[in-house]
Ligand binder design. Structure first.
Ligand SMILES: NC(=O)c1ccc[n+]([C@@H]2O[C@H](COP(=O)([O-])OP(=O)(O)OC[C@H]3O[C@@H](n4cnc5c(N)ncnc54)[C@H](OP(=O)(O)O)[C@@H]3O)[C@@H](O)[C@H]2O)c1
Length: 176
């Protein structure tokens, strides 16, 4: 498949992307004005693909912060607010079929978001690159970034950067 699939996500040092109830109150650091490469990354993206749980969290932030079209993966009948109908779309497709569909739409690079969603794509060997910003905090329990795998996933570190506030951002290429 020629479409590139990238993850760009923040996780606690103990590997969680949110508390069990979905809270990301521990995920602070945006106040400094530093964007941790987000704008540069987003400029390379054609579609954002996220799980329904992440989409529902995004809606609680108020406003809409994506310039690129967002695909929400869900098995439910999701009714999008009228102001979002041109900005977001709900699809119920398995990962490989979703990528084929986005390729048909001439997408070259997608941003994959949401723990369960990332885990599904990883299990099907469909992730190309992962940028993980490690937040210097242990939260003990929560929603995990990674989960069970049928086989090991080998990674190659392509970039590592640390920030004054202790965030460490690692970029990995997924080896096949
Ligand atoms: N730390 C960070 O940078 C970061 C980034 C993103 C999200 N988060 C947090 O993570 C939490 C959400 O992550 P999550 O692990 O719970 O899950 P998620 O990946 O956002 O959503 C999972 C849900 O998406 C739907 N889905 C996923 N793949 C599908 C497919 N191929 N076909 C149909 N439906 C599919 C399913 O829901 P249904 O079928 O039931 O609709 C599934 O339960 C939120 O609290 C969010 O704030 C944190």
């Amino acid at each position: 498949m020629s479409i590139k699939v990238s993850v760009y996500i923040a996780a606690s040092l103990d590997g969680f992307i949110a508390r069990r109830n979905g809270d990301i109150d521990w995920l602070t650091g945006g106040e400094s004005g530093e964007d941790y490469g987000y704008a540069e990354f987003m400029s390379t993206i054609d579609h954002v693909v996220m799980g329904r749980n992440t989409f529902e969290k995004v809606l609680t932030f108020g406003g809409w912060h994506y310039e690129k079209k967002v695909i929400v993966l869900t098995s439910r009948n999701l009714t999008l607010a009228p102001d979002l109908t041109h900005k977001a779309e709900a699809l119920h497709l398995p990962p490989r079929e979703l990528l084929q569909e986005l390729e048909r739409r001439e997408s070259r690079h997608i941003y994959l978001d949401g723990g369960v969603t990332i885990q599904r794509f990883l299990r099907e060997d469909l992730v190309d690159e992962m940028t993980i910003t490690v937040i210097p905090i242990l939260i003990g329990e929560g929603l995990p970034l990674f989960g069970k795998l049928e086989k090991d996933v080998k990674l190659e570190l392509s970039k590592s950067e640390s920030f004054e506030n202790g965030f460490v951002q690692n970029r990995y290429k997924v080896l096949r």
